[in-house]
Design a protein around this ligand. Structure first.
Ligand SMILES: [Fe+2]
Ligand SMILES: [Fe+2]
Length: 506
C-alpha cells in the first residue's frame, strides 16, 4: 500500500516468504510501478533488486574482506650468507659499549614558537644546506634572488645562465607535465620552471618525482624574455656520490640491532613473537654479537592518540604500558644495551625534534638509554642517525616516487636533500628551533626509520638504510587501507663489516 501497489492473491505466498519487503518497495518506487502487483511485476522487481548493489550493507564490506585476513608471510631477507659469525671474534659482552650522542634535543629545545623562531629556523636550514650545495661543482657562483631579478635582462638566454639557492614554495606540476615552483631566499622570490623532456637525466627524475615544500635547493637557469620566469637548466641538491662508512675496529666487531613500533599496550602487539625473539637472543650464536638494540619510536601504543583507541588497548594505562615495556626489555641478555627513542605514539610533545621520555616513565628500565627523536649518535665509532619517520607521510603525499609500501624511497629522498622533514604545515608537526636540527648535517653510516611498519634494508650511496620492522599486527585501520605491515623482523648490522641481516620471528 505504501508503494501504491495492490498485491494479487497469486503473489501472496511469495511476498510473505521474502526476508524483507523494503527493497521491493524501493525498487517499485525507483521504477515508478504502481497498481496491481502480479507475478510478472514481482519477477521484474526481484530481478532489479538482484542487480542493485546492496547499499544498506557497510561500505567496508565492498572494499575489504570481512573475515580475519591471513597475513602473508613477511619477506624473509636473511642475507646471512655474507653475515658470517667468523667476523665476530669476541662475544659482545666482552666489548665495552661506546655510545656518543652527537645530537639529541632533550633539554636543548630553545624555541618559543614565535614567528622569529620560524624565520631563524628556515634561514638556518638555507645556510646549512647552501654550504653543502657549494661543495658541488656548480656552473657558476650563486647570486642572490634580488640580484638575479635586478639583472634579468642580462640573464635572459642560455649562454648567460646564473645560479641561485633558496627554499622551494608551492611546487606543482603543470597540465603539460612541467615542474613549476617559486624559489625564495632572504632577498626575494622568483618563479622557476623545469620542463619535462623526453630524456633520462637527473633533472627529469626530479620532474617526475616532484619537489617538497620548503626544500632547500640550488637552481641554474636563465630568465624568459618577459623576465617573469626562470627556465631551469639544472637543479642542485647537496652532492653525495659514495659515502665512506666508518667502521668499528676489529677488536670491537659487534653488531647493532634495530626495531621500532612495538605498540605495546595495543591488542595487536605480537607478544608470542616477542618471546620467540627473546629466546633467540639467549640461544642463538648470532645474538651473542649484538651489543645494541635501537628502538626507533612507538615503543608503546600510548593513550588518546587517535579517536576510539581505548577499544584497541589491552593495557589502557600509559604508566602501565611503559612499565611493562621496561619489564620486557629486561628479559634481553644483559650484554644488550637498549637505545629508546620516542615516536608519535609516545608521551612526549609531538613536535619534532622530540625530547626523550620523561624521567618518571623511565623507572622500570635497565640498560636503557633514553634519547630524543631524531637522534644522531655513534656506536663504537659508527655514526647512526635514527629518526622515527613521521615525515615519511609528507614524502608520500609530495613525491610521486614514494608510497607507503616503499618508505625506503622517502629515506633516499631525505639523504639526497639532507633533510628529515622539510615541509612546514604538512603532516609532521615541527618545532621551529632557531637552528634547524632536522638538517642531516653529517652523513650517517647507518640511517634508520620506522613509523610506517614496513621493513627494508639496502645500501644507498654508501649509507646503510634500515627501515625497521614493527611488532604490531595489521590494525583495523591498515586493513581498511589495504596495507600489509611486515612485522617481527629484527635487523642486525655488523658495525665492523657493515653486513646487514634480517631475522624474521613471524
Ligand atoms: Fe608506529
Ligand atoms: Fe609512528
Amino acid at each position: 500500500m505504501q508503494a501504491g501497489l495492490l498485491p494479487a492473491r497469486s503473489v501472496r505466498d511469495r511476498l510473505l516468504a521474502l526476508p524483507k519487503i523494503e527493497p521491493l518497495i524501493e525498487a517499485a518506487n525507483a521504477g515508478g510501478h504502481k497498481g496491481l502487483l502480479d507475478e510478472n511485476l514481482l519477477d521484474k522487481l526481484l530481478s532489479e533488486i538482484k542487480k542493485k548493489p546492496k547499499i544498506s550493507e557497510p561500505i567496508a564490506r565492498t572494499i575489504a574482506p570481512i573475515e580475519k585476513p591471513k597475513p602473508k608471510p613477511a619477506p624473509r631477507m636473511h642475507q646471512l650468507d655474507h653475515y658470517r659469525l667468523d667476523d665476530f671474534p669476541i662475544h659482545a659482552k666482552d666489548v665495552d659499549a661506546e655510545i656518543t650522542v652527537h645530537f639529541d634535543i632533550t633539554g636543548n629545545s630553545v624555541t618559543e614558537g614565535k614567528k622569529e623562531d620560524i624565520r631563524s629556523c628556515f634561514n638556518d636550514r638555507l645556510k646549512q644546506i647552501r654550504r653543502l650545495i657549494l661543495d658541488k661543482n656548480l656552473p657558476n657562483r650563486p647570486i642572490g634572488v634580488d640580484e638575479a631579478i635586478r639583472y634579468r635582462k642580462r640573464y635572459n638566454n642560455r649562454d648567460d645562465a646564473f645560479t641561485i639557492i633558496g627554499l622551494v614554495n608551492e611546487p606543482r606540476t603543470t597540465k603539460n607535465g612541467h615542474l613549476i615552483f617559486s624559489l625564495e631566499d632572504s632577498s626575494g622570490q622568483v618563479t622557476c620552471l623545469l620542463s619535462q623532456r623526453d630524456e633520462e637525466d637527473e633533472n627529469q627524475t626530479i620532474v617526475h618525482a616532484g619537489l617538497m615544500d620548503d626544500d632547500a635547493i640550488g637552481v641554474s637557469g636563465y630568465f624568459s624574455q618577459t623576465g617573469d620566469i626562470i627556465y631551469v637548466e639544472d637543479i642542485h641538491f647537496p652532492p653525495l656520490t659514495q659515502h665512506n662508512k666508518r667502521r668499528s675496529s676489529e677488536d670491537q666487531a659487534v653488531s647493532a640491532a634495530f626495531i621500532s613500533d612495538l605498540h605495546l599496550g595495543s591488542k595487536t602487539f605480537l607478544e608470542p613473537q616477542w618471546h620467540k625473539m627473546i629466546r633467540w637472543f639467549h640461544d642463538d650464536p648470532l645474538a651473542k654479537t649484538i651489543r645494541y638494540l635501537v628502538i626507533s619510536g612507538d615503543g608503546v601504543d600510548g593513550v588518546g592518540i587517535y579517536p576510539g583507541q581505548d577499544k584497541e588497548l589491552n593495557i589502557p594505562d600509559l604508566f602501565n604500558q611503559y612499565s611493562r615495556l621496561g619489564t620486557m626489555l629486561q628479559e634481553l641478555p644483559d650484554w644488550v644495551e637498549v637505545l629508546l627513542l620516542p615516536g608519535n605514539h609516545d608521551a612526549v610533545r609531538p613536535a619534532e625534534p622530540q625530547p626523550a621520555l620523561d624521567p618518571e616513565l623511565q623507572t622500570d628500565y635497565n640498560n636503557t638509554l633514553f634519547v630524543g627523536n631524531p637522534c644522531d649518535f655513534s656506536l663504537n665509532g659508527v655514526r647512526v642517525l635514527s629518526y622515527h619517520g613521521v615525515s615519511i607521510m609528507d614524502f608520500v603525499s609530495s613525491l610521486r616516487t614514494v608510497t607507503f609500501d616503499t618508505p625506503e624511497a622517502a629515506m633516499r629522498a631525505m639523504i639526497d636533500r639532507r633533510h628529515l622533514a622539510p615541509s612546514w604545515g604538512g603532516k609532521t608537526p615541527l618545532s621551529p628551533e632557531p637552528e634547524d636540527r632536522l638538517v642531516i648535517a653529517e652523513v650517517p653510516d647507518i640511517f634508520v626509520t620506522g613509523h610506517v611498519h614496513g621493513h627494508h634494508i639496502e645500501t644507498y650511496k654508501g649509507v646503510n638504510l634500515v627501515h625497521s620492522s614493527t611488532w604490531q599486527d595489521q590494525t583495523d585501520y591498515q586493513r581498511m587501507l589495504g596495507f600489509q605491515p611486515k612485522p617481527c623482523i629484527l635487523t642486525v648490522v655488523n658495525l665492523h663489516t657493515h653486513a646487514m641481516a634480517a631475522i624474521p620471528f613471524v
